[in-house]
Design a protein around this ligand. Structure first.
Ligand SMILES: Cc1ncc(COP(=O)(O)O)c(C=O)c1O
Length: 313
């Protein structure tokens, strides 16, 4: 989906015109992928625009930066304030928010430490990601590409470089007529989608892979685990052999972009009855209840954005 530009972008603490947020081709990030970033959704709730789990996204950004020895001049609270300021200035909600910390134009060579750290926050309109038909699951495949192995590129950091692996997974899936690919980890256990965490349901138990299987600590994953606890569902974080995907009752993706997307087939083997299962449906309803403001925000997951004339898109 092409980006529709908005008015402003947040750069190192101040708002600049969208068209001025440019980089030199010899910036470190362009040559070596040296960036960490976030993807955040701002919803249009019944009570106005609100950013979903802004604090947790900001903290994950700081964690990613720390792993890569990037010194940030901004705290998590500063980043949350930046997101709010930007959404307010651009008067567009719902929207997707992309904070990004990168190594800019400084020295050439692999050593990143002498290139300046630049922090940007952008936002733009964005709708559904994997499907617009919420009542149909998506058809996915297991990728022939392995997810990045532990002690190579850290999966807990949301770094730009990790998405070269994601791109291979995504392109292969699309070329073969699937909506998304599921990557296995270096030992052959289920890891995650190119941009989503994965859950399965078997015999009423919700199962997801632990972080040790090269998965991003997804904020939607964490939210779904909380919502499942609220419903007293049995939850297990365990290594998932590939074939569990084929005999699961329900399988679904979670992610900021994907939200909660049911999967109806894996490698052309139908999941359960091929329809959206009851646990996926229940968790999705709980999730949408909170982000749409129809249920109480009992965990204070929403940061309101005081936009009087927030434009619903
Ligand atoms: C590789 C990967 N895994 C999982 C997720 C889901 O994480 P979250 O729910 O925080 O968006 C994402 C999306 O950010 C992702 O890119």
């Amino acid at each position: 989906m092409p980006i529709q530009k908005l008015e402003k972008i947040w750069h190192n603490g101040r708002l600049i015109p969208w068209d001025e947020a440019t980089l030199h081709v010899m910036s470190h990030v362009v040559n070596y992928g040296s960036a960490v970033f976030e993807g955040v959704r701002c919803y249009q709730t019944q009570g106005g625009a609100a950013i979903f789990r802004a604090q947790e996204h900001a903290q994950r950004l700081l964690n990613s930066a720390k792993i890569y020895r990037i010194d940030l001049d901004y705290s998590a609270a500063d980043m949350v304030a930046g997101m709010v300021e930007l959404v307010r200035a651009n008067r567009t909600a719902p929207c997707y928010i992309r904070p990004i910390v990168l190594r800019g134009y400084g020295e050439v060579g692999v050593n990143p430490l002498n290139s300046p750290v630049e922090v940007y926050i952008c936002n733009y309109e964005w709708g559904k990601y994997l499907t617009t038909d919420e009542d149909q699951g998506v058809d996915v495949c297991v990728s022939s590409w392995t997810r990045i192995a532990p002690n190579t590129l850290p999966a807990i950091a949301k770094s730009a470089a990790n998405y070269m692996n994601s791109q291979l997974i995504k392109m292969e899936a699309l070329m073969n007529g699937y909506v998304e690919g599921i990557a296995l980890d270096v030992n052959g256990y289920v890891s995650e989608g190119s941009g989503e965490n994965l859950f399965i349901v078997r015999g009423g138990t919700l199962i997801t892979a632990p972080l040790g299987n090269s998965v991003l600590p997804g904020i939607t994953r964490d939210s779904v685990l909380q919502l499942a606890r609220d419903r007293n569902l049995p939850i297990v974080e365990q290594m998932i052999p590939r074939e569990m995907l084929y005999i699961a009752d329900e399988v679904f993706f979670t992610g900021t972009a994907a939200e909660i997307t049911p999967i109806r087939s894996v490698d052309k083997i139908s999941v359960g009855k091929g329809t959206v299962g009851p646990i996926t449906r229940a968790l999705r309803e709980d999730f949408y209840g909170i982000v749409r403001g129809t249920a109480s925000d009992r965990y204070q997951w929403l940061t309101p954005v005081p936009v009087k004339q927030a434009v619903a898109v």
